[in-house]
Design a protein around this ligand. Structure first.
Ligand code: SF4
Length: 367
């Protein structure tokens, strides 16, 4: 008899009512956390639903047919998201990444992008708005997303080989349709396009060089992500992690590489260029080369919980403040208070013990 894995939806409900400090308790200006990190990036999950069942993120054994996804009423409305983003901008946020689940499943997501594209940073610059998608709906939506004000897009693609790709998304979705989405995004002017490949040893690592070969010279930036112990349902083991150093070595053997400087401080991906000028790749090494020291990212779940780390186990319920009679200044102080108290650096302290801890699902707060 197969073992039935109990849904961990309940984890979503471990929420903490944020403390609203008095005005004199919060220093003026954008907050920095206990490790001196500012708040620069806000990742917003606009849905907990997805049409893929990637085995390292949303395995069918947990996210099966009877999985209780969030009811529409509990999701933040676009107006509520816009209100929160205005407050986060005052705290120094300049970059917004829309995620999910699969964000393109959220109906009329273009309207949210239109709202956010009208906002400006504290310096009076347009917000940097990007989105992470599995590409399944991109061919249909790319033009509308661009017209709404989206600047860039990141597409998840875990293999160029159709059979391996179908195995990893576990819904038999063809790779050709995602490649068509990437082409449509490029044609719509969403550039540069980043392509993210999560590498799991023994599952798709043989796809590293073929996938690199496919995107060389395309102008798209392929990034290889180390398999992470996100959430509590992907059966993570260190043995399944292929260190980025080995990824680089394999590609270098086929297509010589040279390392590149980061585009900005806190950039997550390490950059490598093909020596023959055929573009660049990246590696994201949360397991073997943690980057917590430069982590300026906060995450907002689909129903308005603030998480200060991808590997957190509980969130802070901003929706409760939004839907009660708290004004923007009070909500701003609550967020500042949370960030000022932040000392997350999970990837630096990761161990077999921490890997076993129940953590919030990546599909719920976005990668
Ligand atoms: S582990 Fe947490 S603190 Fe470290 S980089 Fe990731 S999200 Fe940031």
């Amino acid at each position: 008899m197969t073992e039935r894995i109990i849904s961990i939806a309940d984890e979503r409900y471990q929420r903490l009512p944020p403390h609203v400090p008095a005005p004199h308790e919060i220093p003026a200006g954008p907050p920095t956390d206990r490790l001196g990190r500012r708040l620069h990036d806000l990742r917003i999950s606009v849905t907990d639903r997805c049409n893929f069942r990637c085995t390292y993120c949303m395995p069918k054994s947990v996210f099966g047919a009877d999985y209780a996804f969030l009811p529409q009423s509990s999701l933040l409305s676009f107006e509520e998201i816009e209100r929160l983003v205005r407050i986060f901008i005052e705290h120094g946020v300049e970059k917004i990444r829309l995620t999910g689940g699969e964000p393109l499943l959220r109906r009329h997501v273009e309207r949210l992008i239109e709202k956010l594209a009208r906002l400006q940073t504290r310096q009076g610059q347009p917000l940097d708005i990007t989105l992470t998608t599995n590409g399944s709906l991109l061919a249909r939506k790319a033009r509308a997303l661009r017209d709404a004000g989206l600047q860039r897009v990141t597409v998840s693609l875990d293999a160029i080989d159709d059979a391996v790709f179908r195995q990893m998304n576990d819904v038999d979705f063809p790779v050709a349709d995602v490649l068509e989405g990437i082409a449509a995004a490029a044609a719509a002017g969403l550039a540069p396009i980043k392509v993210n490949m999560v590498v799991k040893r023994g599952v798709n690592d043989a796809q590293i060089v073929p996938t690199a070969r496919h995107f060389r010279g395309s102008g798209h930036i392929l990034r290889f992500i180390e398999f992470m112990d996100v959430g509590a349902s992907n059966g993570w083991q260190m043995d399944d992690v292929l260190p980025s150093a080995e990824v680089i070595a394999r590609i270098h053997a086929a297509f010589p590489l040279r390392s590149l400087e980061a585009n900005y401080q806190g950039e997550v991906a390490e950059r490598w260029a093909y020596q023959d000028g055929q573009g660049e790749i990246g590696v994201i090494s949360s397991v073997t080369r943690p980057f917590c020291a430069g982590c300026t990212r906060a995450r907002l779940s689909t129903e308005g919980r603030l998480y200060t780390c991808l590997f957190a186990d509980r969130g802070h319920d901003l929706r409760a403040l939004l839907r009660s009679d708290h004004d923007d200044a009070q909500i701003a102080r609550a967020i500042a208070h949370l960030w000022l108290g932040r000392d997350d650096r999970y990837s630096e302290i990761r161990s077999a013990q921490t890997a076993a801890l129940r953590k919030i699902e990546m599909s719920y707060i976005g990668g």
